[in-house]
Ligand binder design. Structure first.
Ligand code: IMP
Ligand code: MG
Length: 176
C-alpha cells in the first residue's frame, strides 16, 4: 500500500520551539553542568538540536541509552529492556533526559525510577512531543516542545517501522 505523509508541525516551528526550550533550560541550569541523556534512537535528533541551543555559559555533557519495549510497533508494552546502558555514572549530576515523544508514559516511568536509583543530584525530563491522551503512567514532564493529539507521528527522530526518522518536520503517515 502506498503511503502519504502530511505535515503536522513544520521544520520552522520545530526549530523555533527548540530554540525557546534551549533558552529556558539554559536559564534553569545557570551555574550547573547539564548532563543530557539521549534515549536512542528517537531522541538523537532532538538532543543534538537542543544541545546546540544551550548557552555556552552552561557546560553540557552527553550520554546515550538504548531501550526497547516489548510490544508491537505502535504500542509499547511497558516492559523495558536496556539494550545499551549509559557509559558514565550519574552520581551527583544534574540529569536531563531527552526523549522524542511520551505516549503511554510506561517507558519513561520505568527509566526515571531506574536512573534515580543511581543517585544523581537532580533528574528532569524533556520531550519534543507529548501525547497526554494516551497516558497510563504518571510521568512528570519538565520541558515539552508540543502537546499533540493522539496520532501516530514520524520525523524528528520518530519512526514508522524504522523509517522516516530523518524528516526535519513532524508528520503523520497515511495509507492511501
Ligand atoms: P511510551 O512508553 O508509550 O510512552 O512510549 C514511548 C516511545 O514509543 C517513544 O519513545 C517512541 O519511541 C514510541 N512512540 C510513541 N508514540 C509514537 C509515535 O506517534 N510515533 C513514533 N514513535 C512513537
Ligand atoms: Mg523513543
Amino acid at each position: 500500500m502506498a503511503q502519504k505523509i502530511s505535515v503536522m508541525i513544520t521544520e520552522e516551528q520545530v526549530e523555533k520551539r527548540i530554540r525557546e526550550l534551549g533558552e529556558e533550560i539554559s536559564r534553569d541550569y545557570a551555574g550547573k553542568t547539564l548532563h543530557m541523556i539521549c534515549i536512542l534512537k528517537g531522541g538523537v535528533y532532538f538532543m543534538t538540536a537542543l544541545s546546540k541551543r544551550i548557552s555556552e555559559d552552561v557546560p553540557v555533557t552527553l550520554d546515550f541509552m538504548s531501550v526497547s519495549s516489548y510490544g508491537d510497533d505502535t504500542k509499547s508494552s511497558g516492559v523495558v529492556k536496556i539494550v545499551k546502558d549509559l557509559d558514565q555514572p550519574l552520581e551527583g549530576k544534574d540529569v536531563l533526559i531527552v526523549e522524542d515523544i511520551i505516549d503511554s508514559g510506561r517507558t519513561l516511568y520505568y527509566l526515571m525510577g531506574l536512573l534515580k536509583d543511581r543517585r544523581p543530584n537532580s533528574v528532569r525530563l524533556c520531550t519534543l512531543l507529548d501525547k497526554p491522551d494516551r497516558r497510563e503512567r504518571d510521568v512528570k514532564v519538565d520541558y515539552e516542545g508540543f502537546v499533540i493529539e493522539d496520532k501516530f507521528v514520524i520525523g524528528c527522530g520518530m519512526d514508522y517501522m524504522q523509517k522516516y526518522r530523518n524528516l526535519p518536520y513532524v508528520g503523520v503517515v497515511e495509507e492511501v
